[in-house]
Design a protein around this ligand. Structure first.
Ligand code: A2P
Length: 270
């Protein structure tokens, strides 16, 4: 048996360059997915879409994994959306956190799923599978996204319908938010599909791009490098396959120091 994570104040020795933040709420969606919110240190600045190293002390040693910050950069709290891996070095412990517990976070955020890494365009696609929706949960709540793009299309594909709930709740929250609702207006489109259960929208996003169903369902033209921009976040295989389709459509991959038409980042697990 593994020892529980030691997250109480008395035992926590915080290493240099690390914050120890307090868990405020935990929401479990399925036996594989949960969300938590924690306090945000006053000095912690990040760009919407970036990730930070999140950790816990386990048997006296810190264990970290990269987590996209799911909350937008203006939010006073920090939100994360996580997988639960039964024997995952971090998530087997992290899934047990409760309000009041401490979570470690390294001070420097980073990442390529940021608006600055894209050249200007009209329509921004955010392609996600599973917990890969997290960086986009941040970006779709950031007014800057809607200043830069006329249309924002968030695709989220999971194994089953229960795994889509985080995304549906998020979009509901935006539509009912006192100031975001107006900023977002009808610019945001949420396209959710599943692959292992019956549902009106079925299939891997790669298949739906290839057979054109994504575009016909949304009533938009096929991918066009002149106007469309993309961000991709999912498993290594999903990134590879989706990237190949965007490149086939003529889009080129960008980075922080070389903005272009799409950017990718792996959704981390474990
Ligand atoms: P599938 O059920 O066909 O494997 P996971 O939870 O395993 O990360 O998967 C999340 C979603 O990503 C699932 O719906 C899964 O579909 C899909 N997926 C897995 N591999 C790929 C890929 N190479 N390209 C596109 N989607 C993928």
């Amino acid at each position: 048996m593994n020892a529980p994570a030691k997250t109480d104040n008395a035992e926590l020795i915080v290493p240099d360059g690390v914050y120890a933040e307090t868990v405020l709420s935990v929401t479990h969606y399925t036996d594989r997915l949960f969300r938590f919110r924690m306090t945000r240190p006053a000095g912690f600045r990040f760009r919407s879409g970036e990730f930070a190293m999140i950790g816990l002390m386990v048997d006296g040693k810190p264990i970290y994994r990269a987590y996209s910050v799911a909350s937008p950069s203006w939010d006073e709290e920090l939100e994360f959306f996580s997988i639960k891996v039964p024997d995952g070095p971090l998530t087997q412990h992290l899934q047990k956190i409760q309000p009041g517990d401490k979570v470690l976070m390294r001070k420097k955020p980073t990442g390529t799923l940021v608006l600055d890494a894209l050249t200007p365009g009209n329509r921004l696609y955010m392609f996600s599978t599973g917990t890969g929706i997290a960086p986009f949960a941040s970006l779709i709540r950031d007014p800057e996204t809607y200043e830069k793009f006329e249309e924002v299309i968030l695709t989220h594909t999971c194994r089953d319908v229960a795994e889509l709930k985080y995304g549906f709740d998020l979009v509901d929250e935006i539509r009912n938010h006192e100031f975001l609702a107006e900023v977002v207006g009808d610019k945001l489109k949420h396209y959710a599909t599943v692959t292992r259960e019956d549902y009106p929208f079925k299939g891997r996003i790669t298949d739906l791009i290839e057979n054109g169903k994504l575009f016909s369902d949304l009533g938009v033209p096929p991918l066009d490098p002149a106007v469309d921009r993309g961000m991709i976040c999912g498993s290594a295989a999903m990134l590879k396959d989706t990237k190949a389709l965007l490149e086939k459509a003529g889009l080129t991959e960008g980075a922080n120091n070389k903005p272009a038409e799409f950017v990718i980042e792996r959704a981390f697990v474990g």
